[in-house]
Design a binder for this molecule. Structure first.
Ligand SMILES: N[C@@H](CCC(=O)N[C@@H](CS)C(=O)NCC(=O)O)C(=O)O
Length: 245
């Protein structure tokens, strides 16, 4: 029914496609098993999956070590993983309330700003066969405004909080590195943000997580515009059918 791939031998988690939890799992060294959900085949709406995420979206996880406890929404998954499996406070401080709040503030900034804005932009730039300049420009302007906030906050700093890599960075990085896909071709005007992406690009665990459960497509698309075009055409057909346009 769906493609399944065992990533590591121990089986504490089922993990359904979506790079953010992959990055957290790898950064924290949590053993997991992964299942790929094929969105184009609408596997996210199959009854067994809706029991895990009633919203019918990826990512979602099931914690087999805690009575098959299901968790959906990438931010909730990230916080759950840190609260339960980050005793060394690598990604989320526990005992310093101010530091913890600062990390959570940036995590929410991603969940309510970067994620939804780039998500909408992806539709207007890539999935809608009819390009609507007003929608495309509106999203691009908001993304650039958000990147300006990040760029300013990274002035003289390597990472967003406490000068160390935390959940704040881990959650924003996958979206920001895909800026071109969301209609912001260049981020040269945001040098701190560019350097921050390069810094996180060099983290082996994050890079491993980016390739879960299928090899990362963003770099391939950025380097091969014809592959991006091919993908867009497939998406046009899928969404026309889905939205009955
Ligand atoms: N706020 C959600 C967003 C999840 C989301 O939009 N997932 C998309 C893929 S990136 C999805 O599953 N789409 C399938 C659908 O809408 O049918 C999260 O962060 O987990």
């Amino acid at each position: 029914m769906y493609k399944s791939r065992v990533i590591k031998k121990k089986k504490f988690f089922f993990f359904f496609f979506g790079v953010k939890p992959g990055i957290i799992l790898e950064e924290l060294g949590i053993p997991y098993k992964v299942k790929n959900i094929e969105l184009r085949k609408n596997q996210q709406y199959e009854p067994w999956f809706l029991k895990i995420n009633p919203n019918g979206k990826i990512p979602a996880i099931v914690d087999h070590s805690k009575d098959d406890f299901p968790v959906f929404e990438s931010t909730a998954i990230a916080i759950y993983l840190c609260e339960n499996y980050d005793p060394e406070e690598k990604l989320l401080p526990k005992n310093d309330p101010k530091l913890r709040s600062q990390v959570i503030q940036w995590v929410m900034f991603e969940a309510s700003g970067i994620g939804p804005t780039q998500g909408q932009s992806n539709f207007y730039c890539r999935f809608n066969p009819e390009k609507v300049p007003f929608a495309i420009n509106k999203c691009a302007n908001e993304i650039k405004r958000i990147y300006g906030v990040l760029n300013k906050s990274l002035e003289g700093k390597e990472y967003l909080v406490g000068n160390k890599f935390t959940l704040a960075d881990a959650m924003s990085y996958p979206m920001v590195r895909g800026h071109f896909f969301s209609g912001v071709e260049s981020i040269d005007e945001f040098p701190n943000l560019k350097a921050w992406i390069e810094r996180i690009d060099a983290r082996p665990a994050t890079q491993k997580g980016l390739n879960v459960p299928v090899p990362d497509k963003m770099k391939e698309f950025q380097e091969n515009p014809e592959k991006l075009e091919e993908f867009e055409k497939l998406m046009h057909i899928y969404f026309k059918d889905r939205f009955k346009i």
